[in-house]
Design a protein around this ligand. Sequence first.
Ligand SMILES: Cc1ncc(COP(=O)(O)O)c(C=O)c1O
Length: 365
Amino acid sequence: MSHFTSRIYNFNAGPAMLPTEVMEIAQGEFLNYQGTGMSVMEMSHREKHFQTILDTAVQSLRTLLNIPERFGIVFFPGGATLQFSAIPLNYLQPGEFADFSETGVWAVKAMAEAKKFYPNVQSVYDGKPNAYTEIPDLTEADIHPGAKYLHITSNNTIYGTRYSEFPKLSKTPLVADMTSELLSRSLDLNQFSVIFAGAQKNIGPSGITIVIFDKEKLPEVKHPIPNLMNYALMEKNGSLYNTPPTYSIYIAKLVFDWLIKKGGLSVMEKENEEKAKALYDALDASSLFYAPVPKKHRSVMNVVFKSNEPKLEAEFLKGAEENGLAGLKGYRDVGGFRASIYNAMPKSGIDTLVSYIKHFESSKA
Ligand SMILES: Cc1ncc(COP(=O)(O)O)c(C=O)c1O
């Protein structure tokens, strides 16, 4: 049982590290939010203080991502997985289909969910033979005629890959699961019809998912669809169709404030690239550890690495934990290690990990 007296470097993939400054503000306001005499957790979602939190969150997100007015922004209850069903139900009429780029478990799961209602869904890429270490270079020519959209996972949390450039489609709408990278890089929303992200990486606590969608490209839904998955209804009700996860939205708002204060997403993107480079450089220089993903496909958020001597893995992880470096175990199907280095991971966390990697390696030389 570890017993740290201060916060440690938490490399978990999600739920993940949140900025300490945000946690401190939440702590300070926990019992009595801005003189209301109650916690945000205890407040009515129909009351003006919460409405201000929600409105500010939406506005800040619009500013951060430079989201055009024609895009709706909705906080959905539930994880990103719920959107694997919601998207086809909103965008496909019975008998229609969409294309999927299978770059990992999350795209495979999204396709399987869509298939339950739309059996004709198609795959445009299967990364399984390459153990999901690569990202395809997709264009309109790869899309099956008649596909209503292409679904991609922009950053593959498990395998440590990402689309450094998004598919350039001339007519097919692009839908992107950005769960493990939203707010880590700047985006041109005009490239997308829908982007969505579960909150538990770069946004806040698990249990909410942000969906940003082009209202002009949303078809009218004529078939039955659960209200809580209905984009038009949820947007019309300003994320308040039912009681939303209010406290999670409040934390997300604090994270957005923190990002704006830091200078926005271009500053964050640069910081994130520097952090990832420092770690990948150390791995590329190591004779004991290596990154299995080719350089051009490497994720900036989830750094997957392995050891040439798998028998040392348990010892490496144990030593890491003892040094305040938590959550480095790789995903069960991939093995090895994974350092998830979201926005909240400071550069000092990377430096400490790199020193530990070097120290461990020299102790085995
Ligand atoms: C890229 C991606 N999509 C979807 C999910 C599923 O998210 P949730 O557990 O919120 O449903 C995850 C979870 O880590 C993820 O990394």
